[in-house]
Design a protein around this ligand. Structure first.
Ligand SMILES: [Fe+2]
Length: 190
């Protein structure tokens, strides 16, 4: 049966849609100066970072909301400051992935599948245990940021590597504050 002109047009359009997406991605990657074969590695590394940072943001907020005791005001405000820093990281990381032409996080369930940060829904956590847990999470995040930095450097994605350097500094600062706040007199252990 002969196809109508609108059917032919739709088919041509769908073929074009199927082939143009990878071409667009390659073009975007080329514009970013990143080798096209390395783009997938950089995007995968950044997407797991988005998930980790978002999960740590929620966890920090959780402890900010639920902390109590004689140091309430100090701990509550420290964790608010940390949560703001973490939230501010999410958008630039996800947008780096889009600038490379790759898809990024789409939902909370997408985050849950990728996150390496462990959630903590406990009801009776002591304030010091909250801070100690966040200290470990931030130390782990600093390690993962370094790993992502290596992936970006190998791919010559200098823009992302440069952003990551600032986030390593911020993450180490959060870890420092959490360490000093939880440190017992005489202890030097980090
Ligand atoms: Fe608040």
């Amino acid at each position: 049966m002969k196809k109508t002109s609108s059917e032919s047009l739709r088919e041509t359009g769908s073929v074009r849609a199927r082939t143009s997406v990878p071409r667009q991605r390659a073009a975007l990657a080329a514009r970013s100066g990143v080798e096209s074969e390395a783009v997938k590695d950089v995007a995968a590394s950044l997407n797991t970072l988005v998930a980790d940072v978002f999960a740590l943001y929620i966890k920090t907020k959780n402890f900010h909301w639920h902390v109590s005791g004689p140091h309430f005001r100090d701990y509550h405000e420290l964790l608010e400051e940390h949560a703001k820093e973490l939230f501010a990281m999410v958008d630039p990381i996800a947008e780096r992935v889009r600038k490379l032409g790759e898809p990024t996080i789409k939902s909370i369930s997408n985050i849950a599948r990728l996150q390496r940060v462990t959630d903590n829904d406990a009801d009776d956590l002591a304030p010091e245990d909250m801070l100690t847990e966040l200290l470990e999470d931030n130390k782990n995040l600093a390690l993962r940021l370094r790993e992502a930095h290596e992936v970006c450097s190998e791919a010559r994605d200098l823009a992302t590597a440069s952003l990551i350097e600032n986030w390593i500094d911020e993450t180490e600062r959060r870890a420092w504050f959490l360490f000093e706040t939880t440190r017992r007199p005489g202890s030097t252990e980090h």
